[in-house]
Design a protein around this ligand. Structure first.
Ligand code: NDP
Length: 434
């Protein structure tokens, strides 16, 4: 069951689940509509909905089409084939609460590079013009929206009738099971990991493919590429490249090791991520801004630096755990807490908690550069409209909630050892403030 139930009262959790299930799918369509058809103006969309009500939403909601379906199926199949066939090192994930250890093939970098080269080659050789994706984006998001809701139903049924590992179970409530998911590590066959597909391959690769699409669209529409779009795209690509470089580390994080495969994670990565995470670029297509070399380079350097610090935080924790606390942290032996805990099967195990380096500044310091990096890839849009900053606001809410959820989960897992960590590192995210 999702950790948020440990943090918030059950009624609050239930109401927020129902709200998200009903509000977020249309929100994705409104985000696309505002950026592409309402001049990036939230007010214009708001006034349209005020005047036209629900019928207005139905009118602007693009119907799923065959072209959109073909684009999605080709992309999904291509990514699934790369995931299955490309070679990669064998990597073990963390031990789950029931003692199960998932095994992966780490071929994310190869899949990412092959996808980008293929996409750019299709454009370069005139086989497929990416502007088709931008021109059909509304239909694509609509088709993805419905298709992914059905896909989550498949996950729910699979979790009941054919779970892949011991890490599954029902809460007894159909809505909770659909929302949070039934299985932690669902697979098709022995090797095709569904969460690697939805989160990493379909979701994260779309976060590189779509900004490239937006660049090509702007270039074809205006005859040149604005420096704002270029800066936005480069920082985004550095971030996504970093993600794939560190993909095996991602398999140790909350998304994979704690959150089950349901609407929250899978629909989120299949629909919300491609639309909302790429929305600043979607806005920039029709709102090119000329930053000038000085401002453009300053934003670019600041953004890349934040991505690097975020990467270094994750790397530090991962190296520390991998070497059993022996790796140097900022040139010194790490300070640590040896924390023991009991698994659901009653076994006692130990984990090491790093209390120096980035992890000694605050318990979730890595979220600070993550949020700043997102600010730097949104700020090339400057300040004419609010919409390019929606992603930053969303990320702040998501990560502060996530920090709280993670703290609660670790508190219940490690008990007095977690308290010791909190005494030593008192701030949750921003050192000295929060
Ligand atoms: P973390 O990498 O922060 O992992 C949290 C887990 O690490 C805890 O549950 C605990 O697990 C372990 N841990 C906690 N404190 C310590 C410590 N001091 N020493 C060693 N291990 C510790 O998880 P996230 O998934 O939140 O973040 C991973 C990356 O993904 C970050 O870079 C983050 O910024 C990024 N991210 C991006 C998002 C986006 O939408 N853009 C959303 C979420 C994350 P255990 O049970 O193993 O002890």
């Amino acid at each position: 069951m999702g950790d948020s139930q440990l943090v918030h009262p059950p009624l609050f959790t239930y109401i927020s689940m129902l709200t998200l299930l009903t509000i977020v799918p249309p929100f994705v369509i409104l985000m696309w509509y505002t950026n592409v058809h309402a001049d990036g103006s939230v007010l214009q969309t708001f006034n349209f909905l005020k005047e036209n009500g629900l019928q207005g939403l139905i009118d602007i909601w693009p119907r799923p089409t065959a072209v959109a379906g073909k684009i999605i199926i080709c992309y999904a199949l291509f990514e699934a084939i790369l995931q299955l066939l490309l070679p990669g090192k064998r990597v073990e994930g963390p031990i789950s609460p029931t003692g199960h250890r998932p095994v992966y093939k780490a071929n994310g970098v190869a899949a990412y590079i092959v996808t980008l080269i293929t996409y750019l080659s299709l454009w370069w050789f005139g086989i497929f013009n990416p502007t088709i994706v931008y021109d059909h984006l509304g239909e694509i998001l609509s088709t993805l929206n419905f298709g992914s809701l059905i896909f989550c139903l498949f996950l729910y049924i699979k979790g009941h009738v054919a779970p892949s590992s011991t890490d599954h179970g029902s809460s007894g409530n159909i809505i909770i099971d659909y929302y949070w998911g039934m299985e932690l590590y669902p697979r098709i066959g022995k090797h095709f990991d569904i969460k690697v597909f939805t989160n990493c391959r379909f979701g994260m690769i779309s976060w590189a493919v779509l900004p490239i699409t937006y660049c090509i669209k702007q270039y074809e529409e205006y005859g040149n590429l604005s420096d704002s779009m270029l800066v936005h795209t480069i920082i985004t690509l550095v971030y996504v490249t970093k993600f794939f470089w560190w993909e095996a580390g991602y398999w140790n994080t909350m998304d994979i090791a704690h959150d089950r495969a349901g609407f929250y994670i899978c629909w989120g990565c299949l629909v919300f991520l491609p639309c909302i995470y790429t929305s600043p670029g979607m806005y920039l297509v029709k709102h090119p801004v000329n930053l000038g070399p000085q401002l453009a380079i300053s934003i670019l350097v600041a953004g890349i630096l934040c991505v690097y610090i975020n990467y270094d935080c994750d790397r530090q924790r991962q190296e520390f755990r991998k070497t059993n606390g022996k790796a140097l942290v900022w040139g010194r032996p790490p300070s640590k807490i040896v924390a023991s805990y009991t698994t659901t099967t009653g076994e006692t195990k130990t984990s090491l908690l790093l209390t120096s380096g980035w992890w000694g500044l605050s318990r979730h310091f890595h979220y600070v550069p993550e949020i700043l990096a997102s600010f730097f890839w949104c700020v090339p849009a400057l300040f004419n409209h609010f919409i390019p900053y929606f992603y930053v606001i969303y990320l702040i809410v998501l990560l502060l909630d996530r920090a709280k959820r993670d703290d609660e989960r670790c508190k219940s897992k490690y008990g007095k050892y977690w308290k010791k960590y909190c005494d030593k590192v008192p701030y949750r995210v921003i050192p000295g403030i929060y």
